[in-house]
Design a protein around this ligand. Structure first.
Ligand code: KG4
Ligand code: ZN
Length: 348
């Protein structure tokens, strides 16, 4: 079965073709081709994502990207058996573009469509890597909008262990970067600058580190960064790399310690890290070191599939279909879910 996946939940337009290995039991679906257009440059002038501009750009990009993907895979549109799209969570207008185009394609081709949860896409994206994980595992989902620890038993069985009570880890990177005048998107910029700084230069809080549960809180950290930046005044320019390194260290330490706690509590010895912040090198290095010490295997998506993409949406659809829990439909009466807890979607 060939599945076309369309991702338009935020500021990247992603399209991909994944093929399930029909007949060979246990074989994972294979990525045949994928293409991505990032809107970063367009939103940069505004210092963040402008939802209306995002939607309009998705409209312009989806079909040309689909054409590129099909050409690369050597397939015709008629060869597609299922059209999957991100149903939520995300920006409502942006989601409507992907859903609308997916359902129009489905109707025109007389093929079923399937709405996919964006976070389930991230969660299952490491299955696209050369070294895919095995169930069960603990998942650390760290994106621009979400920070969650989940216990994953199998496709569709996700138990929330803890999550952020305010800002997400990606948001903490982005907002701190903005305070330091590093622009958008802040995460990669702050991480890049941090390489040249001293992570012990500033004492920043590690929120909820000793809370005894698996929840996170990053809003206070942003305030602490603002306080430091204000205190520094004109000296901020010279100390920016140190402040960036200290901020990154605070975020990474909390993510690593809570992940280790989740592994200990569940008794599992496998960790999957997914979402945009999973691209952070410091986070990867510290998780690798801590997990190696404890005999825990860590799996990441390929670096270029950490942030939003169509491959993870096609893959999640393929794995749900293979597991017999997806309900592809032909009524094409789509709706989108800008706010959508993963647990509710998994059982759909
Ligand atoms: O998963 P994603 O692409 O989009 C959402 O679903 O939110 O994650 C985007 C987030 C942004 O907050 C971005 O700043 C962050 O991931 N990010 C990073 C890095 N690359 C992306 N944060 C820290 N270090 C990075 N290298
Ligand atoms: Zn995402």
């Amino acid at each position: 079965m060939r599945i076309l996946g369309i991702e338009t939940s935020c500021d990247e337009t992603g399209v991909a073709l994944v093929e399930t290995a029909d007949g060979s039991a246990g074989a994972l679906p294979v990525l045949r081709a994928h293409a991505l257009h990032s809107q970063i440059e367009m939103h940069q002038a505004y210092g963040g994502v402008v939802p209306e501009l995002a939607s309009r750009d998705h409209i312009r990009r989806v079909l040309p990207l689909a054409h590129t993907v099909l050409t690369e895979a050597g397939c015709a549109l008629q060869d597609v058996d299922l059209v999957a799209y991100t149903r939520g969570p995300g920006l409502a207008g942006a989601l409507l573009v992907g859903a609308g185009i997916a359902c129009a394609l489905g109707a025109a081709l007389d093929k079923p469509v399937l709405g996919v949860h964006h976070l389930e896409g991230h969660l299952l994206s490491p299955f696209l890597s050369a070294d895919p994980p095995q169930f069960p595992f603990v998942a650390l989902l760290v994106s621009g909008g979400h920070t969650q620890l989940m216990q994953v038993e199998e496709v569709g069985r996700y138990e929330l262990l803890g999550e952020t009570i305010d800002d997400a880890a990606g948001e903490a990177f982005d907002k701190s970067a903005k305070l330091m005048g590093l622009g958008y998107p802040g995460g990669p910029a702050l991480a890049g600058l941090a390489q040249h700084g001293n992570a012990h230069a500033f004492k920043l809080p590690r929120p909820l580190l000793h809370s005894g549960n698996l929840d996170f809180s990053f809003a206070g950290l942003k305030t602490a960064v603002l306080t430091q930046a204000t205190k520094l005044g004109p000296d901020l320019q010279d100390r920016k790399a140190d402040l960036a390194a200290s901020t990154q260290a605070a975020i990474v330490e909390v993510l690593v310690k809570k992940s280790l706690m989740a592994l200990q509590r569940t008794g599992l010895n496998r960790l999957v890290v997914a979402g945009g912040v999973g691209a952070n090198r410091q986070l990867r290095a510290q998780l690798d070191a801590a997990c190696a010490e404890r005999g825990v295997r860590v799996h990441y998506p390929e670096l270029h599939l950490c942030t939003d993409n169509g491959a993870m949406i096609a893959m999640a659809a393929a794995m749900r279909v293979d597991a017999g829990i997806a309900l592809p439909n032909r009524d094409y009466a789509f709706d989108v879910k800008p706010r959508w807890p993963l647990g509710a979607a998994a059982e759909a």
